[in-house]
Design a protein around this ligand. Structure first.
Ligand code: HEC
Length: 155
């Protein structure tokens, strides 16, 4: 089999197998597990962010923060997927996620999209070793965190 045919065969096999896997694999998390995952991820994002702030304050070059910035950007994309229906604050669920996340879903998606864009910009600036830009972007990002918290996180 030529290389081309092998690749084609693998692609076709993948195309056939993928939907079967999607149908037969059922992964179910309880609402409390989803809440625990997002809270843990936000605590880590916060630590990651705080470490970058401290590094910038200490005069570190932006490129030394490339890994931290990239991981925050990767996680920012996952964040909005961790708010499925049924995980709002309630007497039985230990979360600060306000019901507005679901009643004003477009607003929440916008806050999440702004945050994704801000983290991607931060990562780009770190890659370019633009230290002044990186530091300014970190300050801007406090607003992206705060804007979402103000509307969608209970105190
Ligand atoms: C798109 C909305 C959104 C963005 C953006 C966002 N957060 Fe949050 N954050 C939340 C929500 C909602 C909660 C409450 C989650 C829960 O309790 O289930 C939360 C919780 C937290 C927590 C508490 C986690 C715990 O231990 O329970 C920390 C810390 C935090 N966020 C930090 C940050 C920081 C720092 C940023 C920016 C770098 C940020 N967040 C960006 C919505 C957001």
């Amino acid at each position: 089999m030529s290389k081309f045919h092998l690749v084609a065969a693998l692609l076709i096999a993948g195309a056939v197998v993928a939907p079967v896997v999607a149908q037969t694999t059922s992964i179910a998390y309880t609402p409390q597990q989803v809440v625990a995952a997002r809270q843990a991820s936000l605590a880590m994002s916060s630590a990651d962010f705080g470490a970058m702030l401290a590094a910038a304050k200490g005069g570190a070059e932006a490129k030394t923060q490339g890994g931290a910035a990239k991981s925050l950007a990767l996680w920012a994309k996952v964040l909005p997927t961790l708010f499925p229906a049924g995980t709002a604050m309630s007497p039985t669920l230990d979360t600060k996620a306000k019901p507005e996340i679901w009643t004003d879903h477009a607003g929440f998606e916008k806050a999440a999209a702004d945050y994704i864009a801000a983290t991607q910009q931060l990562s780009t600036l770190a890659e370019a070793n633009d230290t002044a830009g990186f530091t300014a972007q970190l300050d801007q990002m406090k607003e992206a965190c705060g804007a979402c918290h103000k509307a969608y996180r209970a105190r």
